[in-house]
Write a protein of this length. Structure first.
Length: 191
């Protein structure tokens, strides 16, 4: 099949950004994980579903009187897609380290996990570390391929409330775009 003789920049950039999004998921999947156990679900969100995340972020911002949610919602709307990376963090790793606030992993496993304002907790520190490593691997991939991105916990808050990645107890979002200037910087700093 022959390529069209002319490919408009906007179309090519959109396709490239979505291609990079897929590579970001690969980077998150292959990132090192504690004990080799993969409890890191991922997703690419675009279109109406992406805008639903922005809507939910605006609602949260209004309800809590936090401008940061509204500011970040604007970034989500202007982005081509959002990468969601979560953690199934409700089971202990088995080291009895106590970082979760419980003496043993068995005690942690038996305690009722509850939704706080943003995420479900308590959480296993090792699963949170795995999430951080997966996030770093994903944004490194985007950066190497010149796709602008920014890690945003507020995106994950909205995604969790919208029941995206339902097995995750914590979700972090990474909006991505390719514009003449990164939309994720030079923003007002109000929280």
């Amino acid at each position: 099949m022959m390529s069209p003789p002319v490919i408009e920049s906007k179309n090519a950039e959109r396709e490239a950004v979505l291609w990079v999004a897929k590579l970001m998921l690969v980077a998150a999947r292959t990132a090192p994980k504690s004990g080799g156990i993969d409890d890191i679900p991922t997703q690419i969100i675009s279109g109406k579903e992406k805008d639903a995340i922005a809507d939910k972020m605006e609602q949260i911002g209004e309800k809590r009187k936090l401008e940061g949610f509204k500011r970040d919602a604007k970034n989500v709307r202007e982005s081509e897609a959002v990468i969601l990376i979560g953690a199934r963090s409700d089971k202990g790793f088995g080291l009895d380290c106590g970082a979760c606030g419980h003496r043993t992993c068995q005690e942690f496993n038996e305690v009722q996990k509850e939704l706080g304002k943003d995420f479900v907790g308590p959480t296993c520190m090792f699963k949170a570390l795995d999430l951080g490593i997966a996030l770093g691997s994903a944004v490194k991939t985007a950066s190497l391929l010149n796709v602008d991105n920014r890690i945003m916990y507020r995106v994950g808050t909205a995604a969790l409330k919208l029941k995206m990645l339902p097995e995750a107890k914590i979700i972090i979002g990474i909006p991505i775009s390719a514009k003449g200037k990164s939309i994720y910087f030079d923003r007002p700093t109000k929280t």
